[in-house]
Design a protein around this ligand. Structure first.
Ligand SMILES: Cc1cc2nc3c(=O)[nH]c(=O)nc-3n(C[C@H](O)[C@H](O)[C@H](O)COP(=O)(O)OP(=O)(O)OC[C@H]3O[C@@H](n4cnc5c(N)ncnc54)[C@H](O)[C@@H]3O)c2cc1C
Length: 268
């Protein structure tokens, strides 16, 4: 239970207040959520009692910065969906969180920092080559922030222009369950990005396969088999490890196929 709340007046003060047992609080949908608290206790971690309120510090603006889009870390997932500046793939990713009430509170910065393996937004941001600007460590790509389990205070997200096609996908055991596997791919003339969620502690980018997909030497069922070999999911109520591997393979192969078709349709 939260017992003490800090309300800093500057980013610098917020960073100074942060310590191992003091947490940033943005939308609060992850930090205040009973299953998350229960999971912490199960892992032997203490309950969260002290938080730093970010609401008044974080920008909730979506703006243009040259050819890039700047998204304040305080922008909610619903605002992403409602904005006409956002790529369709990111809107679709945000909408995968089914509850509008949650989407109205949950922020994009909080989603990245929560760093959940089943985040819908992180795979899409990685595929879109997005960066985060942090107060304590400057600008870095979203992939690095997630992979290195950063806890730096996120100020904003920078989305470069999409010079290709981005496709996101998610498969569920049932309409109310969390995803068994999530994927996001981006295909352009110069680059392919492949990202998979729910198959390890964090969302993973399958860099090793991307060049072969780009040069056309890996596609279809061969690509599906290669993806299966690259991911190491854990079996749970949402699917066995073997099933999640199979899903990851087929979803990536299908999304890549769709992206190439869409890319050549756009180029025609
Ligand atoms: C019913 C339900 C279903 C959900 N389903 C999903 C799901 O399927 N996938 C998913 O990814 N999430 C899910 N969530 C979790 C959560 O809603 C999202 O991850 C959300 O985007 C978190 O944003 P927030 O602003 O509420 O974060 P908060 O709860 O405020 O914070 C989350 C974490 O990020 C840190 N933090 C917050 N803002 C920042 C910042 N700007 N810089 C640095 N650190 C920060 C906090 O200290 C905390 O550790 C679900 C939540 C609920 C209640």
């Amino acid at each position: 239970m939260i017992k003490e709340v800090f309300k800093p007046v500057s980013f610098e003060e917020a960073v100074k207040l942060k310590s191992d047992d003091v947490y940033y609080l943005s939308g609060g949908t992850q930090i205040n959520w009973t299953p998350v608290t229960q999971q912490r206790l199960k892992e032997g971690k203490p309950e969260i009692e002290k938080v730093i309120l970010l609401k008044d510090l974080l920008s909730a603006e979506i703006g243009k910065e040259g050819s890039a889009i700047s998204i304040g870390a305080g922008v909610t997932l619903q605002e992403i969906i409602d904005s006409d500046k956002m790529p369709d793939a990111l809107k679709k990713a945000a909408k995968y969180i089914a509850s509008r009430n949650i989407r109205n509170m949950a922020t994009i910065g909080g989603n990245i920092a929560a760093n959940r393996a089943d985040s819908y937004v992180i795979p899409c941001l990685i595929a879109l080559k997005a960066d985060v600007e942090t107060v304590d460590e400057g600008i870095m790509c979203v992939e690095k922030y997630a992979r290195e389990e950063k806890i730096s205070l996120i100020k904003r997200i920078i989305l470069p222009p999409l010079d290709g096609v981005c496709v996101v996908d998610a498969v569920y055991k049932s309409s109310g369950s969390y995803p068994s596997v999530t994927t996001a791919v981006m295909v352009s003339k110069k680059e392919v990005v492949i990202v998979v969620g729910c198959v390890s502690k964090h969302v993973v980018r399958l860099k090793k396969l991307e060049q072969s997909v780009l040069n056309g030497s890996l596609s279809g069922s061969d690509l599906a088999v290669a993806v299966e070999a690259e991911v190491n999911p854990i079996g749970d109520l949402l699917g066995s490890a073997k099933y999640k591997k199979y899903l990851a393979g087929t979803m990536v192969a299908h999304s890549i196929d769709l992206s190439f078709k869409e890319q050549s349709r756009k180029g025609a």
